[in-house]
Design a protein around this ligand. Structure first.
Ligand code: A2P
Length: 279
């Protein structure tokens, strides 16, 4: 072995193309987990964007060759973080997540370092109040944006809603919000009484303090009544939406009913949508 190929414990061998090393894994339920991996030093991204990640697929029975199995995942960590975090569903017969759910610290995953996406501050026109509407793992891009100081610098108030079937599925968002409230640097950004950040979790199939689909709570006025606000207006409110196709379409309709228009990187407007990819 010559000097160039010599490896030590501190320099793990990269066996996959675009390999990153798993640093930490946390399981929440039999359907949800999060993991952190090393960040390629050259990777720049905007909070809220997604990348393609995955593992090598099974060998082809004829040729024995393996192809990467990749899916779009929102980066759940903010752009300033040295590591990358992802929040994932586990689908027992899903091609990728049936395997991905078994990763452990020290394993490798593939990460294509080409971040893209529309759930970014650049795709919205300036406003006063920012809404994040999410269901299930659709919370992931907001876990990134909620940890980005720009979110609080650009808006007077940030309201994040997260709807899941069961209460245990809210653990990830609940822990994250609690962590933000306890963080000294964040306390400065969140202002007196931490009023700048409002968390509104709901469940649909298990009892919890607030039950119901966010779409129903928006349409019947419960959400506004609970938060003590008049409603949503195109002048002051901006929104980002990430969830199932059904949620995205329903919220789109509701927001457009309030006069908000869909924006994009090339043409910022009042709201943006992205689907939660791995379902
Ligand atoms: P529900 O239990 O009434 O279907 P899923 O696990 O299927 O992705 O759903 C996550 C959450 O999103 C569930 O609480 C589900 O409510 C809710 N949901 C699904 N479709 C919609 C929709 N069109 N509008 C609002 N909420 C939705």
């Amino acid at each position: 072995m010559n000097e160039q190929t010599k490896v030590t414990d501190a320099t793990p061998i990269k066996t996959l193309p675009d390999a990153q090393t798993v640093l930490d894994v946390e399981h929440y339920t039999d359907r949800l987990f999060r993991f952190r991996v090393t960040r390629p030093p050259t990777l720049r991204f905007r909070s809220g964007e997604f990348v393609m990640i995955g593992l090598m697929g099974d060998p082809d029975p004829k040729t024995g060759r393996q192809k990467p199995l990749l899916r779009a995942y929102s980066i759940a960590s903010p752009s300033w973080d040295d590591e990358l975090e992802f929040y994932s569903i586990k689908v027992q017969d899903g091609p990728l997540t049936s395997k991905l759910q078994h990763i452990k610290k020290g394993d490798e995953i593939i990460l294509r370092p080409k971040p893209v996406g529309t759930l970014v501050h650049d795709a919205l026109l300036p406003g006063k109040r920012l809404w994040f509407f999410s269901t299930g793992t659709g919370f992931a891009p907001f876990a990134s944006l909620l940890r980005d100081p720009q979110t609080y610098e650009d808006y007077d108030q940030v309201i994040v809603t997260h709807t899941c079937r069961e209460a245990a599925e809210l653990t990830y968002s609940k822990n994250l919000i609690q962590h933000l409230h306890e963080d000294e640097m964040m306390q400065e950004l969140l202002g007196d009484g931490l009023k700048k950040l409002v968390y509104y979790p709901t469940t649909t199939r298990e009892d919890s303090p607030k039950m119901g689909r966010i779409t129903d709570l928006l349409e019947n006025g419960t959400l506004f009544k609970d938060l003590g606000i008049d409603g949503i207006s195109a002048e002051t409110d901006r929104a980002m939406v990430c969830g199932s196709m059904g949620l995205n379409l329903d919220i789109k309709r509701i927001l457009e009913g309030h006069g908000l228009r869909e924006g994009a990187n090339s043409e910022p407007a009042e709201y943006v949508v992205e689907k939660a990819f791995v379902g």
